[in-house]
Design a protein around this ligand. Structure first.
Ligand SMILES: [Zn+2]
Length: 188
């Protein structure tokens, strides 16, 4: 049975910016993302965001500001019938050598601890091979979307890995997740 949905943020829910999302005005929600969150919210399992925010470690934005952005994002999702139950953030600089910056699986492990999850029974939606690698490290299935910075170029990058499910956007991922949820419900 599917236990939780783990979502990358930038490139999955909102448009990724090379200069980082630093304020609410820069939080450009991707088309269909709120509708996708609404569809996912119908499943009675936690929805968590797992996101690298090295802008904190780079002193470009404070952790408090990121928290405030996330509270606002969760409120926006809720106002549209969706749900984000928790945010797990890596605030570290890439050079810090932490255990949580994806492709390390630390954020997934944090979510697993908080919600008592078997990660092999969860699913992660990301927009990069880095997300896939973080999930694979803890045997968590993953779906990649093409709304990130790499866009449709991701398909070419993944040509050596045809087993990685690749869909257009979060809405398409939500449909796959719903089917997987229904299927796993039947097999318990
Ligand atoms: Zn970290």
């Amino acid at each position: 049975m599917l236990q939780a949905i783990l979502l990358d943020r930038d490139g999955v829910i909102n448009r990724e910016r090379a200069d980082y999302v630093k304020c609410w005005d820069e939080m450009e929600i991707l088309p269909g993302a709120l509708a996708a969150l609404r569809r996912l919210a119908r499943l009675p399992i936690p929805i968590c965001v797992v996101t690298n925010q090295s802008a904190i470690g780079r002193k470009i934005i404070s952790a408090q500001t990121v928290d405030a952005l996330h509270r606002r994002l969760a409120a926006l999702a809720a106002a549209q019938g969706g749900r984000i139950d928790a945010f797990f953030v890596c605030p570290h600089h890439p050079d810090a050598g932490c255990d949580c910056r994806k492709p390390k699986p630390g954020l997934l492990l944090q979510a697993a601890q908080r919600f008592s999850l078997d990660l092999s029974r969860c699913i992660l939606v990301g927009d990069s091979f880095t997300d896939y690698a973080a999930a694979a490290a803890v045997h968590c299935p993953a779906i990649l979307v093409q709304t990130g910075r790499q866009g449709s170029d991701l398909r070419r990058q993944l040509q050596g890995s045809p087993a990685i499910p690749l869909v257009s956007d979060l809405n398409a991922a939500a449909e796959k997740i719903r089917l997987r949820y229904d299927r796993t419900q039947q097999t318990v």
